[in-house]
Design a binder for this molecule. Structure first.
Ligand code: PLP
Length: 341
């Protein structure tokens, strides 16, 4: 049975082109830099984001963590928003792997320069050293950060000699929403991580990009973390298709999300802040009791829809390559039915 899966964009299936490319990929030992398909992907990725070099990592989490490890020293503080993926969804890795502290900033949406400035530590013998500024675009909550905001944060960080890492898991969604080239976003960071495996439909993998010197050191750290991969060209082959064929179609997911948000907002008892729907994610709350809320995922599943339960008081529905406009109509019809219960 085919399910309509709106839990995330990570659930997307690799396309037939990806499967064909993986099947026929020429591979080698990538730890020895001997895998031509991986070398091709990394060169392509670096070029797309306007950086000197790039490196494949098995997950976005490893990409962020290897970047933090490469930028910082033990005891450093990493300044970031309190809702950042590295704070909430990476299992405490900054503390465990890099021995750094996260200095979280309370944000309504994203980090702003007037919040960043007072968080930078002065040179004081008692205080930790600020080692890194971390931004997201889009944020883990699906908000898109305006280019000028990124520029201000970046310039401020550099004024204090601080490197900037961008968690751009859905970087191409941000570029689509901003109507700009990804390079216009990544010009405001020293390193960037973005996922091949989310809306771009690759089965596995993310990219870290930065200066050649940074990536050389990051590659050593990746090896230490167990991320040195051998015939990884099979994964790179799908990644190349992701970057050449899948980045241009994300507007469709955004349009479907906007449509879903507008239709959900029309249902009595559902509350959607339409101004927060900028990419493929729709967050909403419902005027229902805990039992109704707890029962929703199972009810949706009976209708052929895989949807996540509530997190932090909100539901999140996500459109993706495998979700059509008709699928969205079915989701809306089911939500109407269940809201009447
Ligand atoms: C998905 C995501 C990541 C990386 O997640 P993995 O599941 O480890 O690939 C990092 N940051 C953000 C904002 C994300 O949404």
């Amino acid at each position: 049975m085919r399910y309509i899966d709106i839990r995330s964009d990570t659930v997307t299936q690799p396309t037939q082109k990806m499967r064909d490319a993986m099947y026929t990929a020429v591979v080698g030992d990538d730890v020895n830099r001997d895998d031509p398909t991986m070398l091709e992907l990394e060169e392509l990725a670096a070029k797309l984001v306007g950086k000197e070099a790039a490196m494949f990592v098995p997950s976005g989490t490893m990409g962020n963590q290897v970047s933090i490890m490469t930028h910082t020293r033990r005891g450093d503080e990493v300044i970031c928003g309190e809702l950042s993926h590295i704070v909430i969804h990476e299992v405490g890795a900054p503390a465990v792997l890099s021995g750094v502290m996260v200095r979280t900033i309370k944000t309504a949406d994203y980090l702003r320069p007037e919040q960043l400035l007072p968080a930078i530590r002065p040179d004081d013998i008692h205080m930790p050293h600020t080692g890194l500024v971390e931004m997201e675009n889009p944020t883990a909550m699906g908000r898109v950060v305006p280019l000028d905001m990124m520029r201000q944060n970046y310039e401020l960080a550099h004024q204090y000699g601080l490197p900037v890492h961008l968690d751009g898991a859905r970087l191409f969604n941000a570029a689509t929403a901003l109507g700009c080239d990804v390079k216009e976003i990544t010009q405001y960071c020293d390193s960037v991580m973005f996922c091949l495996s989310k809306g771009l439909c690759a089965p596995v993998g993310s990219i870290v990009a930065g200066s050649k010197e940074f990536i050389d050191r990051a590659r050593k750290n990746r090896k230490m973390l167990g991320g040195g991969l051998r015939q990884a060209g099979f994964l790179a082959a799908a990644g190349i298709v992701a970057l050449t064929e899948m980045t241009g179609r994300l507007q469709e997911d955004h349009d479907n999300a906007r449509y879903m948000a507008e239709e959900l907002a029309k249902i009595p008892g559902i509350h959607v802040d339409l101004s927060t729907v900028e990419i493929s994610m729709v967050f909403f709350t419902v005027d229902k009791d805990a039992d109704w809320i707890a029962a929703l995922p199972a009810r949706m599943l009976e209708k052929g829809i895989k949807a996540s339960g509530i997190e932090d008081g909100q539901f999140r529905f996500v459109t993706n390559h495998d979700v059509t406009r008709e699928d969205v109509d079915h989701v809306i019809a089911c939500m109407k039915e269940f809201m009447a219960l």
